[in-house]
Design a protein around this ligand. Structure first.
Ligand code: FAD
Length: 396
């Protein structure tokens, strides 16, 4: 019997980690199965572009994993039984149960409705491809002067509002945020963001807490009604409830609690990476949900799995948070670095050069995930048996 590793989710963390595992582990001893709801590797970093009307390249996971020993199951994960080591997946009306010896949980996150009534029923969001496409269809229906309200003042709200306003100049875009728009940014970056909003004609309502979303707009805590033909909810991300329901130890927000090697603290045969994981970064603060964090935690989780199963020494991956790159449409952006306390530095790269840096980072991230055979090692590692303290190194 081979040791079965099941990877849940093939986004930035899951797809990258699965490729890493396939490169390092010998297929005589290990079976790697990846379960993912989407047919493609979805570049989540670009979903606001998709919603605004741009096309994204299709990257079918079957092609991404071609040439590896990874088995792909295109299905929705519905539950995990961490005691029995099983995962239930659903493909349409059909359900199946996958048994695992080792699990890597990387299901990412979705939009956080923050308990606000009407968000689930009436708002649009860009946290997943189906929802981004739904918003795009709605925008297509709106004629000249159609009103779009974006709720949120952070990265995704800024990117969504500017992208929509640039791609669809006939629409009237506004943004409502409970705090300040980009309030965490350094002064130069914030001024630049406000300047971009001004240029795009986006109306900004700061210190405005939306309390209810309706079919025809949103209502603020002070009773102000914002009429909108499409309300885009971009007020943060929340993890899927599957981990909390599985019996794994989770934080209050549902993120899986792990050790420095990304092992679940309650179930050491379960590892987690990406948005789903709660881990303290090298700066002593929780790592933010981000593509970079998905890369670090995915690499660390895969290295720990290889080490734990083969007896190799586990290399520590840096868990850094250096800053944010934010697009302001296709030709503008900012790259805001943070200091060791995660506070924005006073300066920031701005304008077209920042937009180019962002495009390059997005492209490199997609490239790294979709080339699992790149950097294939000369050796693959065998499963360490209980009697075998050091792993058997064999030629692949
Ligand atoms: C519009 C937008 C812009 C962003 N921009 C940036 C940015 O500029 N920089 C940055 O660092 N971060 C950005 N982010 C955040 C970044 O995308 C996430 O932090 C990152 O994708 C997390 O990686 P992940 O692998 O944990 O999750 P994901 O990349 O979301 O991957 C999760 C995978 O699991 C699959 N999945 C989910 N649920 C199930 C299920 N029940 N069954 C089966 N499969 C499932 C999904 O289909 C997906 O393939 C942005 C996010 C959005 C939405």
């Amino acid at each position: 019997m081979k040791h079965r590793i099941v990877v849940l989710g093939a986004g930035y963390a899951g797809a990258y980690s699965a490729g890493y595992l396939a490169r390092q582990l010998h297929s005589d001893d290990f079976e790697i199965i990846v379960a993912n709801a989407e047919l493609d590797f979805v570049e989540r970093l670009r979903l606001h572009q998709l919603a605004a009307g741009h096309e994204l390249p299709h990257r079918p996971l079957a092609e991404v994993f071609a040439g590896t020993d990874i088995q792909l199951r295109l299905a929705r994960v519905t539950s995990i039984d961490a005691e029995r080591r099983t995962v239930t997946i659903a493909d349409g009306a059909d359900t199946d149960r996958l048994e695992y010896d080792t699990l890597l949980y990387a299901l990412g996150s979705t939009t956080a409705d923050n308990g606000i009534p009407g968000v689930a029923e009436h708002a649009f969001h860009v946290a997943a491809r189906p929802s981004a496409l739904r918003l795009r269809s709605r925008l297509d229906e709106l004629g000249e002067g159609g009103r779009v309200l974006v709720v949120g003042g952070n990265l995704t709200a800024i990117e969504a509002a500017t992208e929509i306003a640039e791609a669809r100049p006939g629409l009237r875009v506004s943004l409502a945020t409970s705090g300040e728009l980009g309030g965490w940014l350094g002064p130069k970056a914030r001024r630049h963001v406000l300047g971009a909003f001004d240029r795009f004609g986006i109306t900004v309502h700061e210190h405005t807490k939306i309390e209810r979303v309706e079919e025809t707009g949103a209502v603020a805590a002070d009773g102000t009604v914002f009429a909108a033909d499409a309300t885009v909810w971009a007020a943060g991300f929340a993890v899927h409830p599957i981990a909390a329901a599985s019996g794994l130890a989770v934080e209050a927000n549902g993120q899986i609690t792990v050790d420095r090697q990304m092992r679940s603290i309650s179930h050491p045969d379960v590892y987690a990476a990406g948005d789903s994981v709660f881990v303290i970064g090298d700066n002593g603060r929780p790592l933010p949900m981000s593509c970079a964090s998905a890369g670090y935690t995915g690499t660390q989780a895969a290295a720990a799995i290889v080490g734990d199963l083969t007896g190799r020494k586990i290399k520590a991956t840096a868990l850094s948070y250096v800053g944010n790159h934010i697009s302001l449409g296709r030709k503008d952006g900012i790259f805001q670095l943070v200091d060791g306390d995660a506070h924005s530095k006073p300066g920031a790269l701005r304008g077209r050069s920042a937009a180019r840096v962002k495009s390059a980072i997005v492209a490199i991230s997609a490239w790294a995930v979709s080339r699992p055979t790149f950097g294939k090692p000369n050796h693959k590692y065998r499963l360490a048996t209980t009697r075998e303290v050091s792993p058997k190194l064999v030629t692949a």
